[in-house]
Structures are given as C-alpha cells and as structure tokens.
Design a protein around this ligand. Structure first.
Ligand SMILES: Nc1ncnc2c1ncn2[C@@H]1O[C@H](COP(=O)(O)OP(=O)(O)OP(=O)(O)O)[C@@H](O)[C@H]1O
Length: 323
C-alpha cells in the first residue's frame, strides 16, 4: 500500500488556482523536498496533506485512508501527520518542559531521546520567551514529534536561522529519518537545503507541479529557466553553443548550462572569445561573467583564480559527462 498518495488536488479561490491538479506519491521514509517561488502553492499543498485546509477536488490517501479536509472535521488535522508551520506559536510564559508535557503521548524515556535528537535538553527548564530562534524552532519540532507522527511536513523550517543553527536543525532533521523512522517532506527555497537531502524534488509554479525528479536531474536537466533558476546560477545557451556543449557538430535547440559546464582560458583559441564583466567571490569558488558576441555566460572558476575584470578570455566548454 502506498504510504502517501495525492491525487488530483485542486483548491480554487476567486483570484485563481491555489493548487491545480496536484498528483504524486511518497513511499515510507522517502525524503521529498518541495521548491518553488513565493506564492506557488507549497504551504497550501502541505496543509492539504495534513488535513488543515479543504481541497475543492481530489484526495489525499495516507496509508490507503482518505485524509479528511478541514471542513469535514471539528478539529482539523490528522493524528499521524505533523505539520511544522512557518508561523508556529509556542504558549507564552510556560517552561518548555510544561509545554512538552502537555503534548506528550509517549513514555518519558522515549521523549528524552527525542529531546536529545532535537538538541533541546539544555533548555527544558527555560520559559518559552527565553529562547533563541533556533531553539524555538527545535522545541516546536520536538512538540510535534512527541505526538508520534508517521509523516512530518516541514514548511520552511530554516527561515531566520543563521548558518550554525541551520546546520544543527539540518542534522536534527536527518536524525528524525534515521533514528526515529519518521517520513519527512520539506519545503525550502534554498537549494543547499534540498539538493543534498532529498530523494526526490517537486518544483511548483502557480499551483502546479512543473517538474518532479531526482536532485541530480533537477539540477542538471531542469525543464525550463524557472526550474533552473531555483537551483542556482544558469546560462541560457544559443543553438550553436548548445550543439558545441553537447558534443554535436550541428546547432541544437537552445539549452541550459551551469557555470561549471565551462572553464576559462587565456590561450585556448578553440574557445569562445569574450571579455570579463563581473567577478563574484563565493568562498569555495568564483563566478565570472563573460560578455560574448551573442550573449553573456557565467563560468565557475577556482576561488584563487587571478582573472581580472576587463580581461579578454576564451570560454571552453567542459567535456560532456556521462552520468
Ligand atoms: N485561504 C486563501 N485564500 C485566498 N488565497 C490563498 C489562500 N491561501 C493561499 N492563497 C494564495 O494561494 C497562493 C499560494 O499560497 P501558498 O502560501 O501556498 O504559497 P507558498 O508557495 O507556500 O508561498 P511562500 O513561499 O511565500 O510561503 C498564493 O497566491 C496565496 O496568496
């Protein structure tokens, strides 16, 4: 039996479709990430799966049983599906251990393992308004987890976290899958959150799924410029550049390439001549924007490369890889 099956979901408002014919399934412990521009329907989809809004058409089946919509239940939601909202609230002026005690449905020893996983053991005796943003996020997550969900829906959990706290929460989310055997679905706009984590990525636009594939294919073979742009810098190639990059002697239809599909040379005259317009430093590498006769391409270069703005260079397509 399919763990989660979403079929033909539609939510329509006066302004248009919030969700439009969304269908996909998720296997137990499969990690699905959802990406898309703001307003593309990501939160609405998670809420529909959790039974927190009311679809106009379609259904969500969780382990073969239909998840009732918010309009069909007195208290919306599904006991086995946890939803961590972007805008969660913790009750004010209570100690964390009190907040967690009220939500606790599991034996104390299991709950304490969970507090360890969420790295909140050290804040249990603090009041809810005496926490950092990262700690609040992890307490909210622990509060959901002690309800023993089988499916956890995480809606932009890393918003407003600095890199250190983001990394702590990322390892917590990894542990949720490994140590607690909970299936997760994650919404994030940051490719660094989704590409290394997900088994499958769903890209949404205007309430529809525009691409659903492995992280590798999403990054290497985006269906269009919108999908490419969500996962980093990209180049729109001319037909002749596309042909050359794919190893063909002929022009092909215009394609998309990443900065690492090229290298820069001062001497290789077989490359495309151009002039460096901009150099961006990213710590681990540089992105160098080069103006050619027909267009502008961005090329990845080593962090310690010594190319200069205004320099004349050649762009050399990398050899096509067969992965
Ligand atoms: N209850 C509602 N009534 C009317 N419109 C709604 C409702 N809920 C969502 N929408 C609209 O549906 C669209 C999708 O919203 P949603 O919050 O799902 O997008 P999102 O991809 O999660 O955006 P963000 O990344 O900004 O959180 C938006 O245009 C939003 O304004």
């Amino acid at each position: 039996m399919t763990f989660l099956k979403v079929s033909g979901l539609r939510i329509q408002k006066e302004e248009g479709f919030v969700l439009n014919d969304i269908s996909f399934s998720q296997a137990r412990l499969q990690k699905i990430a959802i990406a898309g521009e703001t307003g593309s329907g990501k939160s609405s989809l998670l809420k529909a799966i959790a039974g927190l809004n009311q679809p106009d058409e379609g259904e969500v089946l969780f382990k073969g049983e239909r998840v009732l919509g918010a309009g069909e239940k007195l208290v919306p939601g599904h006991p086995a599906i946890g939803y961590l909202s972007q805008h969660f609230e913790l009750p004010k002026s209570l100690r964390i251990e009190q907040v967690l005690q009220y939500a606790n449905k599991i034996p104390d020893t299991v709950a304490h393992t969970l507090y360890d996983v969420c790295e909140i053991t050290h804040v249990l005796s603090r009041k809810t308004d005496h926490l950092s943003g990262g700690e609040r996020q992890r307490v909210a997550l622990a509060k959901l987890l002690i309800g023993s969900p089988q499916l956890l829906l995480l809606d932009e959990p890393f918003t407003n976290l600095d890199m250190v706290h983001k990394n702590i929460l990322k390892s917590v989310i990894d542990d949720i899958g490994h140590r607690l055997n909970i299936t997760c679905m994650l919404v994030s706009h940051d490719p660094a959150d989704t590409l290394p984590w997900a088994d499958e990525i769903i890209i949404m636009k205007d309430g529809q799924i525009v691409q659903k594939d492995s992280p590798q294919n999403i990054y290497r073979q985006p269906v269009n410029a919108y999908a490419a742009g969500l996962f980093g810098t990209f180049n729109l190639l001319t037909p002749s550049q596309s042909g050359r990059l794919s190893g063909s002697a002929r022009d092909t239809s215009p394609s998309i390439a990443r900065p690492e599909d090229f290298s820069l040379s001062r001497t290789d005259k077989k490359g495309w001549p151009g002039e460096i317009k901009t150099i961006r430093f990213f710590g681990s590498h540089r992105e160098i924007v080069v103006a050619l006769a027909e267009n502008t391409l961005t090329v990845k270069a080593a962090a310690n490369s010594d190319f200069r703005r205004g320099e004349k260079v050649f762009i050399v397509p990398a050899q096509p890889t067969k992965d």
